[in-house]
Design a protein around this ligand. Structure first.
Ligand code: FAD
Ligand code: DLZ
Ligand code: SF4
Length: 512
């Protein structure tokens, strides 16, 4: 059967389901750089250059393996500009009996694919994306009948189902979770390894030039560019993490240091999410590192939980709840995203650091995304649509299936607590404990009120005062509301007055 096989930019895996029975004699593999995908949100320049280069390298490898590849570059004269346009063009040029494609990472793309059979009058086979360790159907069976969808229980099931870090039916070491040993503040003089780095080759260079020319008005720095764009190099990046960083991953998972964007994180989300690395192989490598005594259990379990737990869980939640999930706004947040998220122009040093590192690298580590950028978005009541769009634009690992649950569920509580049992809200004290940002800030973290007080301090209390109807009865917030109950009216008035002043300045575009 003569088949047209479409490979999307985040499907760069040789073992992908759409290639499983590919016949090099009769089939054509279609890959296309299209304007619609590069601009449906205005992705970070580095993200576009990374993905185009990875796509071009992957297409080259397919050709080397003897497959017939039809590759459309962005600037090709007859580029139709969209997946559907490129499919139509391919079908006009040659007769195919069917189209084969792997299940996509975004709902809008799935809806488009589902219409192709009728629109083009050809059979369309949308195959499961079996690179994930749990299918949307399995997740929905797990979720059925549960009032709360807590990641921790999903994760334990995944550990058992895939026999990862298991001793028969018990978790290795006797505990499912080693968080109490993790999440230490950064130690003075801590030495952080340099990140893995690959110099751009000719293909990457031409993608960088293309992006500079065509996407100059997009956010972010194109250079220096040091990411892997092939599976071979992505595997080297993984090796680098296993030998240099994994050992300290758990301990410093939540630590932040000025001028140190990479810390002890793995920096493999770009590669996992576009298919250069596979989650199962990464998990097995981490498990081996524990058994070979390269890294301790708290680090290995913590790392595996992110991939086998969180990554699979957010994808399950996305497909379970879309399309409604995109419209969730449980707290009625409506404030426009302030310009500082693009410019980094703020006196709040923590925010400035995280925005500027995001701009430079299309990367920030989890706790910067969650407890600085996300915490501010939650406390300031930023509109979920605008926050979702920002996160989708700025990170090179961002696709809607993973970005949206993290934003709407984890940081904004927009889903009403489906993902998080309480909002991830914190005052300046948390940021001060986990980083050295406050030492270089115009605001005083120890001050609770007044023009020079750390804004997180009063925004935190104002948030819980503002939303007392929603959160007062939450048992996990009992301590917070006990403290608020004991707060005198004068103090509450000061919190409200400071917040009002701060929001007025923010809304008027003044530097805060
Ligand atoms: P590490 O800290 O080394 O973790 C290892 C791997 O675990 C990551 O590569 C990633 O694949 C996985 N992982 C860790 N946490 C999560 C999580 N919460 N959800 C899903 N996978 C996770 N991750 C994305 O891949 N794409 C996104 O668009 C994205 N948006 C986010 C938005 C917000 C508001 C927050 C709070 C988190 C977001 N994350 C996202 C999750 C996480 O921050 C990144 O996966 C991580 O920072 C990537 O860096 P790393 O590879 O060094 O991760
Ligand atoms: C993110 C992205 C960008 C910037 N450009 C392309 C592209 O030109 N061609 C392509 O196949 N994929 C691209 N992607 C990734 C897609 O947006 C992604 O495959 C869908 O969102 C489905 O997850
Ligand atoms: Fe951020 Fe407040 Fe610390 Fe400044 S004082 S860096 S605003 S937490």
């Amino acid at each position: 059967m003569k088949t047209l096989r479409l490979i999307l930019g985040d499907q760069l895996s040789h073992a992908i389901s759409s290639l499983k029975d590919c016949n090099p004699e009769s089939d054509t593999i279609l890959m296309c750089e299209v304007w619609d995908e590069a601009t449906y949100v205005k992705h970070h320049k580095k993200k576009i250059a990374f993905l185009f280069s990875a796509m071009r390298h992957f297409a080259g490898e397919l050709v080397q393996s003897g497959f017939r590849v039809c590759y459309t570059k962005l600037d090709d004269a007859d580029n139709a500009g969209s997946f559907r346009g490129e499919i139509r063009r391919a079908l006009a040029g040659e007769l195919f009996d069917r189209i084969v494609v792997t299940f996509p990472g975004e709902y809008r793309v799935l809806k488009d694919m589902e219409a192709w059979a009728e629109d083009f009058g050809v059979a369309v086979d949308i195959r499961p994306d079996d690179r994930f360790l749990s299918s949307p159907e399995e997740f929905s069976a797990w979720a059925a009948g549960r009032k709360q969808l807590r990641m921790e229980f999903f994760y334990r099931d995944m550990r058992k189902r895939h026999a990862i870090l298991m001793n028969g039916t018990d978790p290795v070491g006797g505990q499912w979770n080693y968080d109490p040993d993790n999440r230490q503040p950064p130690k003075d003089g801590i030495k952080i390894p340099k990140p893995f780095s690959v110099p751009p080759d000719e293909i990457t260079r031409s993608c960088i030039n293309l992006v500079a020319e065509r996407f100059g008005d997009h956010f972010g720095d194109l250079e220096p560019f040091h990411y892997a764009v092939t599976r071979d190099d992505a595997l080297k990046a993984l090796d680098h993490f296993m030998t240099e960083r994994l050992e300290n991953f758990g301990t410093y998972q939540d630590a932040m240091l000025q001028g140190e964007p990479w810390m002890f994180h793995s920096h493999i989300s770009f590669y996992l999410n576009c298919g250069l690395l596979l989650p199962h192989e990464v998990i097995i490598r981490a498990e081996e590192a524990y058994y070979n005594q390269i890294a301790p259990l708290n680090a290995v379990e913590g790392f595996i939980r992110q991939i086998l737990g969180w990554r699979e869980y957010v994808r399950g939640l996305y497909w379970l709840k879309m399309p409604d999930y995109a419209r969730e706004n449980y707290l009625g947040a409506q404030r426009a995203l302030p310009w500082l998220y693009w410019s980094g122009e703020t006196k709040m040093n923590c925010l400035r650091q995280c925005v500027m590192e995001t701009k430079a690298h299309a990367y920030a580590h989890h706790i910067q995304r969650l407890m600085v950028l996300g915490n501010f978005a939650l406390l300031a009541g930023l509109d979920p649509d605008e926050v979702n769009e920002w996160y989708l634009v700025v990170y090179a690992d961002a696709y809607e299936w993973v970005e949206m649950p993290n934003v709407s569920g984890m940081i904004l509580y927009a889903d009403g607590g489906l993902l998080a049992s309480k909002p991830y809200a914190a005052s300046g004290a948390y940021i001060n404990r986990m980083s050295n940002y406050c030492k270089n800030c115009s605001y005083k973290v120890a001050k609770k009120n007044g023009a020079d007080a750390c804004p997180f301090n009063y925004l935190y209390w104002d948030f819980f005062l503002r939303h007392a109807d929603v959160f007062r009865t939450n048992p996990r917030l009992a301590h917070t509301y006990r403290t608020l109950g004991a707060m005198d009216d004068e103090k509450k008035d000061a919190v409200r007055a400071d917040t009002k002043r701060f929001f007025r300045m923010l809304d008027q575009g003044e530097r805060v």
